[in-house]
Design a protein around this ligand. Structure first.
Ligand SMILES: *[C@@H]1O[C@H](CO)[C@@H](O)[C@H](O)[C@H]1NC(C)=O
Ligand SMILES: *[C@@H]1O[C@H](CO)[C@@H](O)[C@H](O)[C@H]1NC(C)=O
Ligand SMILES: *[C@@H]1O[C@H](CO)[C@@H](O)[C@H](O)[C@H]1NC(C)=O
Ligand SMILES: *[C@@H]1O[C@H](CO)[C@@H](O)[C@H](O)[C@H]1NC(C)=O
Ligand SMILES: *[C@@H]1O[C@H](CO)[C@@H](O)[C@H](O)[C@H]1NC(C)=O
Length: 295
């Protein structure tokens, strides 16, 4: 308002007419913030939503009234999450359930086709599915690890974006890339994973340039999130990472899938309508205190 006042004074002095609505939104737009978490009527597709962070994301969107797609590679897990999602939805909306392997073009097409056939549109695509890696350059099987990490963590995301953009363009929709804290706090493990995620961060920026003003594209980079897989792992390096993450994070706790889901909901909401090409790091401050050498 201060800015507006100064401009008005300048306008009065210079005698020019200023269209005040150009400088600020109407008060109705301020009021809309109170409703910005209401996703009633919105269609959300989150890959890897049958477990972990993706499961948290679909649960929160369901609670906020959205139509969600539950997808992954394990039908049992899809069924369990879908049942929970239906109970959480205020209107008890049945989610669309799709088993799909994102390394196969035909299955990705099927996922998109079924989503559009069922709901008639797409508002939000969350590229969450991915696989981790602890590989190093000189490992015997590094190139094998590289190929599988890049095919799921990067190539599948590019291809799914290509399939979704024509639909998102019609709804002024948004894309959210789930990346990783490791793009800022590199370690000596996971070369292929870190490279794929860093490429994803750049994809966000370039796509934001290409797809505006119709589609917003942003990255969310989680820190150490206590999914079941991370919590239960007995792999010595993971155990070590877990201990370090808890000890070193300024906020002294692990993240929960809900911490990430809240960030995704913000990025998808009208509260983020002037935000594109950006990255939101949700890690309890861990990136500043992680340490690059694991062992
Ligand atoms: C959300 O919005 C819908 C209409 O778009 C409305 O019917 C519903 O009451 C709203 N829900 C809440 C919790 O405000
Ligand atoms: C699918 O998930 C269930 C429940 O988590 C698990 O018991 C089962 O082993 C999984 N199946 C495959 C093929 O991974
Ligand atoms: C998906 O739809 C496209 C065009 O509408 C069609 O070319 C393709 O065969 C469909 N694929 C699947 C797997 O349903
Ligand atoms: C999005 O829609 C606009 C307006 O209809 C159109 O000009 C533009 O080419 C579309 N972009 C894509 C990527 O489909
Ligand atoms: C979508 O975005 C375009 C470009 O900013 C705008 O002209 C149009 O009114 C928007 N459509 C809707 C339905 O919000």
């Amino acid at each position: 308002m201060h800015f507006l006042y100064v401009l008005s004074v300048v306008a009065m002095v210079s005698g020019a007419q200023i269209d005040t609505k150009y400088y600020d939104y109407s008060i109705e737009d301020y009021m809309k913030v109170k409703e910005s978490r209401n996703f009633t009527g919105k269609v959300i597709l989150t890959t890897g939503s049958s477990s972990g962070i993706g499961e948290g994301i679909v649960k929160l969107f369901a609670i906020l009234g959205a139509h969600v797609v539950v997808t992954g590679r394990n039908q049992t897990e899809i069924d369990i999450v879908a049942k929970e999602v239906e109970q959480l939805s205020p209107q008890h909306l049945k989610p669309l359930k799709i088993k799909a392997d994102l390394t196969k073009t035909s299955e990705m097409q099927f996922l998109l086709n079924e989503t559009i056939k069922t709901y008639g549109k797409l508002d939000v695509l969350v590229n969450n599915a991915g696989i981790g890696s602890m590989a190093q350059l000189m490992d015997k099987d590094f190139m094998k690890s590289y190929d599988s990490v890049f095919s799921i963590d990067l190539r599948a995301v590019v291809e799914l974006n290509r399939l979704a953009v024509p639909h998102l363009n019609q709804t002024n929709g948004t894309i959210i890339h789930i990346s990783s804290m490791c793009t800022h706090a590199p370690t000596n493990l996971g070369l292929d994973y870190s490279m794929a995620k860093e490429a994803m961060n750049m994809m966000t920026r370039v796509m934001a340039m290409e797809l505006g003003p119709y589609i917003r594209v942003n990255t969310l980079s989680p820190g150490a999130i206590l999914t079941a897989g991370f919590r239960d792992s007995k792999v010595p390096i993971i155990v070590k990472l877990r201990e370090r993450a808890l000890h070193n994070a300024p906020l002294k706790r692990f993240g929960q899938p809900l911490d990430i889901a809240k960030g995704v909901v913000f990025l998808a909401s009208i509260d983020a309508e002037f935000l594109t090409g950006e990255e939101l790091v949700i890690d309890g401050g861990l990136i500043y205190n992680y340490g690059g050498i694991i062992e």
